[in-house]
Design a protein around this ligand. Structure first.
Ligand SMILES: Cc1cc2nc3c(=O)[nH]c(=O)nc-3n(C[C@H](O)[C@H](O)[C@H](O)COP(=O)(O)OP(=O)(O)OC[C@H]3O[C@@H](n4cnc5c(N)ncnc54)[C@H](O)[C@@H]3O)c2cc1C
Length: 444
């Protein structure tokens, strides 16, 4: 089995940690690794595309070797697949057969294990829920090396803890997924300009019947134009033979000097992007990868934020508080002179019963910020606003939330710990994040 010491980080390139990385080539090697050093504590890592420290620890297990299972029932769309495949690989096999993944995050490079562990959501959460709502069964390897199956009917509590459980209950070996039928691989999309934040919300509400919807906001526009943006809607085309076309995009060749990212350059980018989108508003047909994964077309775009890396701040607020709360957050960000290239607003449907899943009925906003010392006090203030409005912060994006903020936002954390103690009494599975937020550190 390959083992090496390496410097690891998530997509935000902060924090960075020297780790011992082991890469089992299959399930048997994984079991030997866990049984060979039963006292070690470690976390599994998929593609490393969570932004912060959820797949970082002193000892990390690469999940990429878990690729032994691929069983697709082409009649029913039931797919049993190993956790090491990424979503792009899965789409590459299923689209031409008329099937689609029922939920997709904004990157196709996330692994299946990472999608389950974060219970990821897509642009259709308001209609179709999150990833694990389409998972019928999981096969997990526990810290002891024992393999167990769980589902909504078999060990349901372990299932609810593992879907969205950030790798802390066990290592997902494979999942059974119900795919969605499609008649064509392309998307029919529409983009609608919105003059301010209120209009963005109104358009998302008005089009809540659209299967996919998302808004990009100009987070630096002020006064009456605050929160102006573009709402993107889409449905699967129902004509044409399904086909899958992969784009080979451009890349960012080197780390940009962070100094180039300041309030003025970001305001300029946001304004140009807003007006460009306004000119292009209307209906079009596009490939599904262009609609779902626009950023995958720019390799290493995380280097744009400079050497120090960046943080994504994603939170969700319940329906009743969302408009007022998101306005307050944007005002606070603007007053602090901080800006984000990407400010993405999505409508969310109801929460599911998974103990640490992020979604709740309401709205989620994601903002990217260059890492700099003055950012951290601002994010602490935003945490307070989020909690005051009844919301929570997404674990898959988080690199710095406190234990108190986590526990207030995720009221089922104690139930989660009870399940964890049953399957991992020695707390062998732990990450830098789980220690920081008191799930595996002080909480023990
Ligand atoms: C450009 C971009 C856009 C994104 N858009 C969205 C979005 O729209 N919606 C959304 O929900 N998320 C989004 N994300 C976040 C991303 O989908 C999640 O962080 C996902 O978990 C990444 O998968 P990964 O394989 O890279 O996991 P990693 O980052 O490697 O790990 C994430 C967590 O999953 C656990 N894990 C990984 N593999 C396994 C396994 N086999 N068994 C058990 N646990 C495991 C890890 O321990 C860790 O806790 C986006 C990320 C990027 C970079």
């Amino acid at each position: 089995m390959k083992r090496n010491r390496t410097l690891l980080h998530g997509w935000g390139r902060y924090p960075r940690l020297h780790a011992r990385l082991s890469a089992p080539a299959n399930v048997e090697e994984l079991r030997s690794l866990l049984r060979g050093d039963p006292a070690a504590s470690r976390i599994v890592r998929g593609s490393g595309l969570s932004y912060g420290d959820s797949s970082l620890a002193a000892d990390v297990i690469g999940g990429g070797g878990l690729r032994q299972t691929w069983e697709l029932d082409e009649e029913t769309g039931l797919l049993r697949v190993s956790a090491g495949f990424n979503l792009r690989e899965i789409l590459g096999e299923i689209v031409a057969k008329g099937w689609f993944l029922p939920v997709l995050p904004g990157t196709s490079l996330a692994s299946l294990g990472g999608a389950v562990a974060a219970d990821v959501h897509g642009k259709n959460h308001h209609r179709d829920g999150s990833f694990c709502e389409h998972v019928g069964e999981l096969r997990l390897m526990l810290a002891s090396g024992e393999t167990v199956t769980c589902s909504p009917d078999e060990r349901p509590e372990l299932f609810r803890a593992s879907c969205g459980g950030m790798g802390l209950t066990g290592i997902v070996l494979e999942a059974e997924l119900q795919l969605a039928r499609i008649a064509g691989a392309s998307m029919l999309s529409a983009s609608l300009p919105a003059a301010n934040l209120g209009q963005c919300f109104d358009l998302l509400e008005e089009h809540e019947g659209a299967q996919y919807s998302v808004a990009w906001l100009d987070c630096l526009a002020r006064s009456a134009a605050m929160g102006r943006g573009t709402v993107f809607l889409a449905e699967h085309a129902t004509d044409g033979r399904p086909h899958h076309r992969r784009r080979n995009g451009m890349g960012v060749p080197f780390t940009m000097p962070g100094i180039l990212l300041n309030r003025h350059s970001l305001a300029g980018f946001n304004s140009i992007y807003f007006h460009w989108q306004r000119l292009r508003a209307g209906n079009k047909r596009q490939g599904h990868d262009a609609f779902f994964f626009p950023l995958d077309g720019i390799r290493n775009w995380n280097l744009l934020y400079g050497r120090e890396g960046f943080l994504q701040y994603q939170f969700v607020l319940p329906d009743a508080a969302a408009r007022e709360g998101i306005r307050s957050v944007l005002e606070r960000v603007s007053d602090a002179g901080k800006g984000s290239f990407l400010s993405v607003l999505k409508k969310m449907g109801p929460a599911n019963g998974n103990l640490l899943s992020f979604p709740m009925s309401g709205y989620t906003l994601a903002l990217d910020f260059k890492r700099e010392a003055s950012l951290f006090p601002l994010l602490d203030e935003l945490d307070a606003l989020v909690l005051d409005h009844g919301g929570r912060i997404y674990l898959a994006k988080d690199a710095r939330m406190s234990e108190t903020v986590f526990k207030k936002g995720y009221p089922e954390w104690e139930r989660f710990l009870e399940i964890k103690r049953q399957v991992d009494p020695e707390f062998r599975f732990r990450s830098a994040q789980s220690d920081r937020i008191g799930l595996t550190g002080a909480a023990r």
